[in-house]
Design a protein around this ligand. Structure first.
Ligand SMILES: O=C(CO)COP(=O)(O)O
Length: 259
């Protein structure tokens, strides 16, 4: 049985200057050399640093991405960034629908769907974030909630894994209760039911399903062993490049054990 590569990446969120971002990318490049066997690494810096980080990583085995993009190709949308602009700055991945954007910037299932369409139309990879609140988790509604979000994100799209369309998309399951400094570190059994459901429903149709939320080098191996988890999407633990490198080593060991 062949295994798909693990996707392991980080978003810097609203952190780091251009110089800090480029220093991170430069160190990553020199450490990774030809790449990490079995792992696809990606870095999503702030938009101000995207072009320079993409240049610093040109030809290196690390993709870059953008944290958000508009669905229109251009126009009077003050403060926004289009998918073609992100691509022009080197992005190959476009993060869509992170819970912080849903909570604070009125991102809805409807805008997520529009953005997925734009990203696929331009040949980039949408990284669609989904996840339930602590309240929904507590009442046992996680699976239903997440499946509904993902169904809405991909409504009307078709394709199979490896195809040009939906098959390129990535899903990041990030329970809201697990994200960030106030988040709770998940036990593998907390997130297993959603991953099982996502694998059953979407596993053969998309490029991969990642887990995100309080991932650390200490819990990464256990989370990668949850059936259906095809990678990790990391915040705080990867903001120091040494932390990201450690997570990539965990990924390499996991991929090696699965080979
Ligand atoms: O939101 C996340 C990645 O998008 C996860 O953040 P943390 O790893 O800091 O919990």
């Amino acid at each position: 049985m062949t295994h798909r590569p693990l996707w392991i990446g980080t978003s810097f969120k609203m952190n780091k200057t251009r110089a800090q971002s480029v220093a991170y990318a430069t160190r990553l490049r020199s450490e990774l050399g030809g790449g990490v066997p079995g792992v696809r690494a990606f870095v999503i810096p702030p938009a101000t640093a995207l072009a320079e980080v993409s240049l610093a990583l040109e030809g290196a085995p690390v993709r870059t991405g953008v944290q958000n993009a508009h669905w229109a190709d251009g126009g009077a949308w003050t403060g926004e960034l289009s998918v073609p602009q992100a691509a022009d700055a080197g992005a190959r991945i476009v993060e869509i629908g992170h819970s912080e954007r849903r909570a604070h910037f009125a991102e809805t299932d409807g805008t997520v769907r529009l953005k997925v369409g734009a990203v696929l139309r331009h040949g980039l990879t949408p990284l669609v974030c989904c996840g339930e609140s602590a309240e929904v988790f507590a009442r046992g509604g996680s699976v239903e909630h997440v499946l509904r979000q993902v169904e809405a994100a991909f409504a009307g799209l078709s394709g199979t894994r490896g195809d040009e369309g939906l098959g390129r998309a990535l899903i990041a399951y990030e329970p809201v209760w697990a994200i960030g400094e106030h988040g709770r570190e998940p036990r593998p059994e907390d997130v297993a039911p959603v991953h099982e459901a996502l694998a059953a429903e979407w596993g053969d149709r998309v490029g991969g399903v990642l887990y995100g939320g309080s991932v650390t080098p200490g819990n990464a191996a256990d989370l990668l062993r949850v059936p259906g988890v095809g990678g990790l999407f990391v915040g705080r633990a990867a903001w120091d490049v040494e932390g990201f490198l450690e997570l990539l080593r965990v990924g390499r060991r996991h991929a090696g054990a699965m080979a």
